[in-house]
Design a protein around this ligand. Structure first.
Ligand SMILES: [Zn+2]
Length: 113
């Protein structure tokens, strides 16, 4: 389950941000998660709850904002929506797609107490 490692990465970012802001506690964490990122949201939430125990982020809410998937279609010569990796181009059915957005995960914002 790689979500545990991802959650640990998130907590490290959150902890250093909290320290930099002299925060006593973190109330919420907003995470941008690409629709094509192979991350199970439920597993990530569970992992987040586990790894935040005993940290400044204990009990913090995890808010996930999904970034839609986008890909460049060679035959169409334009950017198209991609719901899942492995899907064909919704316009022409081609698989000659280059993912341009939707695989990333990043901490967007934290709410501190
Ligand atoms: Zn196409």
């Amino acid at each position: 389950m790689h979500e545990m490692a991802l959650a640990e990465g998130i907590v490290q970012i959150v902890e250093s941000a909290a320290r930099a802001n002299d925060a006593q506690a973190v109330r919420a964490v907003w995470l941008e998660l690409g629709a094509l990122s192979h991350v199970e949201q439920e597993a990530l939430r569970f992992s987040f709850d586990v790894v935040t125990r005993g940290t400044v982020a204990a009990g913090a809410r995890l808010e996930v904002l999904t970034t839609p998937g986008l890909a460049w279609c060679m035959p169409c010569g334009e950017s198209v929506d991609l719901a899942r990796l492995g899907d064909p181009c919704p316009k022409c059915g081609s698989h000659q797609l280059q993912v341009t957005q939707g695989e990333e995960m990043r901490v967007k914002e934290i709410e501190i107490a």
